[in-house]
Design a protein around this ligand. Structure first.
Ligand code: EPU
Length: 417
């Protein structure tokens, strides 16, 4: 298992370009199942999760090539409608094939994702939504087995705005008979990107990015000539936290800054300076950040996927910051590891209280999930001395060449195989 050896304590300076968004490309790849033909996707990040999704589709009969961040998916010979446990257990986003398979082929067998490091993460809302559209679903030996004739449009209300749930139902509804209305839909930008891809295939969707999405089903979808995935706002936010935490000066190229308003405003409160330039967004960290409180919320609120990275920055802030996690019930796994650097953090329920300390010291630590791993890397970059981050396969799931990008900014990092 690869590890990262990091010598911290230096401000990071330079320019990096943001890669394609993991949480946009995964549903878009799954959406290729909705239409027979060749799908060309651009700005596809080379991530472990992207390769897992590719493997999942290959096992169904798709032919896939990923070269230079361009991915082609040929879905003309899909003949298996199953997502097996061995893949789903490594990537929960595999559930995204459920809606497309049922909508186009009338059948699907998808392993039920189990809990994960950050919470129980049930998929009941995906299942109930598809049942409302006329699918018959049973749970059998750990698998969701779904069958349907043509799905029927209906009104669906989500008790919780679920991101992949909204995506699954939106994809399924594109080929359903009649109008589907999703109420209390999630509003994340990745849902808008998926909707744009579906629309480019001929789907009729209104309201993506708002809490009410209307989808008028069509009988067939046709792949566009090509489609470019949006840049990864969480990767951009992570580099903002790196600049903010190390007193760095980083030019972030290719990110859509309007998708990061909540993060940028909180960073500004912490003393981080942002300058729009023709080449990108320049992010300049303060000598020492101010303590700022955050509460994670569905988009456009402060993203849960940035909570751990922000906490690493708050570990050395001037003052005490209160961090509330409202999306996932167990997303504080990084706290115990951050304490190993000397951070002063206590947790009660869904609230972490971070008393900023002047310095962190390098330590051996272990990554537990993707964003927790990013927070440990940030802490290691702040800390004096040597850190070894173990189990960095989590990082490789969601950050394209993070170590190389950091090295280009002057970080002292080595990947130990
Ligand atoms: N929920 C239910 N029932 C459901 C679905 C969700 O109770 O059927 C609950 C969840 O347990 C959670 C809340 O609803 O408490 C929101 O979860 P959501 O379904 O929105 O999360 P997700 O779709 O599984 C996506 C991202 C996550 C990101 C969350 C929240 C993808 C592939 N994953 O997950 O990304 O944290 O939305 O924004 O889009 C990451 O990239 O590190 C990551 C974990």
């Amino acid at each position: 298992m690869d590890k990262l050896l990091i010598f911290g304590g230096r401000p990071l300076k330079g320019a990096i370009t943001i890669s394609g968004a993991k949480n946009a490309v995964l549903p878009i790849m799954a959406a290729a199942l909705l239409s027979s033909g060749i799908h060309f996707l651009k700005r596809v990040p080379r991530l472990r999760d992207v390769f897992t999704m590719a493997e999942l589709l290959k096992r169904m009969g798709a032919e896939i090539e990923i070269k230079n961040n361009i991915c082609s998916i040929n879905t003309r010979k899909i003949s298996k409608f199953e997502a097996s446990y061995d893949l789903v257990k490594t990537m929960r986003a595999s559930i995204l094939v459920l809606g497309p398979l049922v909508a186009r082929f009338g059948k699907a067998k998808v392993s039920l994702p189990g809990g994960c490091a950050i919470g129980a993460r049930p998929v009941n809302l995906h299942i109930v939504g598809l049942e409302k559209m006329g699918a018959t679903i049973i749970l059998e030996e750990g698998y969701i087995v779904a069958k349907a004739n043509r799905l029927k449009g209906t009104k669906i209300y989500f008790d919780i705005p679920t991101v992949t749930g909204t995506e699954n139902i939106m994809m399924a509804a594109t080929l359903a008979k009649g109008l589907t209305i999703i109420e209390n839909a999630a509003k994340e930008p990745e849902i808008v990107d998926l909707a744009n891809y579906l629309i480019s295939m001929g789907a009729k969707i209104k309201g993506a990015g708002t809490s009410i999405i209307e989808i008028e089903g069509v009988s067939e979808l046709i792949p566009p000539d090509s489609y470019e995935v949006i840049p990864d706002r969480i990767e951009a936010g992570t580099f903002m936290a790196i600049a903010g935490a190390t007193g760095g000066d980083i030019l972030i190229k290719g990110c859509k800054t309007n998708l990061l308003d909540a993060v940028i405003l909180k960073m500004k409160d912490a003393g981080v300076v942002f300058k729009e330039t023709p080449e990108g967004l320049r992010v300049i960290g303060p000598k020492r950040p101010n303590a700022v409180d955050i509460k994670t919320m569905p988009y456009p609120g402060f993203p849960t996927d940035m909570q751990a990275q922000f906490m690493a920055m708050m570990a050395i802030a001037n003052g005490t910051s209160v961090i509330k996690e409202t999306i996932f019930e167990n997303r504080f796994m990084h706290v115990a590891e951050l304490r190993r650097f000397g951070a002063d953090i206590s947790v009660e329920g869904n609230t972490a209280t971070v008393k900023g300390v002047k310095k962190l010291k390098g330590a051996p630590v272990m990554a537990t999930d993707l964003r927790a791993s990013a927070s440990l890397v940030i802490a290691a970059l702040i800390a004096e001395g040597k850190t070894i981050v173990d189990r960095i396969y989590h990082l490789d799931r969601g950050y394209e060449e993070l170590d190389k990008k950091l090295i280009s900014l002057g970080a002292k990092i080595e990947r130990i195989k």
